[in-house]
Design a protein around this ligand. Structure first.
Ligand SMILES: Nc1ncnc2c1ncn2[C@@H]1O[C@H](COP(=O)(O)OP(=O)(O)OP(=O)(O)O)[C@@H](O)[C@H]1O
Length: 204
């Protein structure tokens, strides 16, 4: 379970949000909405443990995430705004090395299969710099299939994706929730998940 208790975020002189609390249990999803600059990414980074909250705490399965240390990192998968890929390496190499860094050994046939599911057949060995923005995004999101994690934290996962890829991601998220996973997503788009979602408007 992910539990956020009285979270506050101050950036410079500005309080972006205050007294923010919520709980997400297995199979539950939270959509973060709000204007540009309202603090959605800041909140996600707090949930990842990358940015310390001004006040308040984030708990994972009953303990503050600080106490989990590296173990917490192995429970979650964070897809940020930027694709976070090595431009000179191929999609296959990025996924293989990225998984190895996350202590997950994957065979090449698994990586090809995941890239094909992501609609990247024929792009397996191109350097990432030769891919379009949407294709880079697909490579990054393909990690969702390779790294089995309980908690998905996705910053605008549909950005740059075409209709078919957007449908693929929505289906992946629904499957993850159906398998008892938890997801927190930021989005400016209308995302039609089959699973019930909570919505928080950040900065309102
Ligand atoms: N490291 C930082 N230092 C100071 N201010 C920051 C920092 N990171 C973000 N901010 C500010 O915090 C505010 C919220 O930024 P954030 O990226 O969380 O917004 P957002 O809701 O995700 O926006 P968008 O919809 O545009 O992605 C912005 O005004 C931004 O300039």
């Amino acid at each position: 379970m992910l539990e956020v208790i009285n979270l506050q975020c101050v950036r410079g002189e500005r309080s972006l949000f205050d007294s923010l609390s919520f709980q997400l249990k297995a199979g539950e999803c939270l959509l973060l909405q709000g204007e540009n600059g309202s603090g959605k990414t800041s909140l996600l980074r707090m949930l990842v443990g990358l940015t310390p909250p001004t006040t308040g705490t984030v708990h994972w399965n009953g303990r503050p995430i600080k106490q989990w240390g590296d173990e917490y990192g192995r429970e979650l998968l964070y897809c940020g705004h930027s694709p976070g890929l090595k431009e000179d390496l191929s999609a296959t190499e990025n996924l293989t090395f990225g998984s190895a860094l996350a202590d997950i050994q994957v065979g090449s046939s698994t990586v090809y299969d995941v890239l094909h599911q992501a609609g990247l057949r024929g792009c397996e060995h191109l350097p990432v710099r030769a891919l379009s923005q949407g294709q880079k995004r697909r490579v990054n999101l393909a990690r969702l299939l390779l790294q089995k994690r309980a908690l998905w934290l996705l910053d605008e996962p549909l950005t740059a994706l075409d209709t078919k890829a957007s449908r693929w991601i929505v289906e992946l998220i629904d499957r993850h929730l159906g398998d008892g996973g938890i997801a927190v997503l930021t989005t400016h788009q209308d995302m039609k998940l089959a699973h019930a979602t909570q919505t928080i408007r950040v900065g309102a």
